[in-house]
Design a protein around this ligand. Structure first.
Ligand code: SF4
Length: 113
């Protein structure tokens, strides 16, 4: 039995997931059941980070993926962000990198700059 905290909403239910049967206990709603199963089969995360911005009021721009990506791709994505730069101005939600690391997710700006 694997224990984890559901991060889908702020309630933070304590889950126990049977790693063989994928039965989930402790969830309050169906989203928690799905989260618990996915954490065993294929854990996913939204990646947040920053990229260099040229001509902005700050040296770096906060960015994130527009959907969750496989957890195992996080370091590869962070490495790409480290060597990527963008020119100001950038609007919040603008797609900066499409299909980052073949995940199907885009890197988008988290704010205007
Ligand atoms: S199980 Fe449902 S209510 Fe509980 S933290 Fe997850 S999403 Fe929120």
């Amino acid at each position: 039995m694997k224990e984890m905290i559901c991060i889908v909403c702020p309630r933070g239910c304590h889950l126990q997931v049977n790693e063989e049967t994928l039965e989930v206990f402790g969830n309050t709603c169906a989203r928690g059941e799905e989260y618990g199963k996915n954490e065993i089969v294929s854990p996913m995360r939204t990646v947040t980070g920053s990229v260099k911005i040229i001509g902005g009021v700050h040296p770096r721009l906060a960015v994130r993926t527009d959907k969750a990506v496989p957890k195992e791709k996080m370091f590869e994505i962070m490495n790409k962000l480290h060597s990527f730069s963008v020119q100001s101005p950038v609007k919040r939600g603008a797609v900066l990198i499409e299909n980052i690391c073949d995940t199907g997710a885009n890197i988008i700006a988290s704010r205007n700059m």
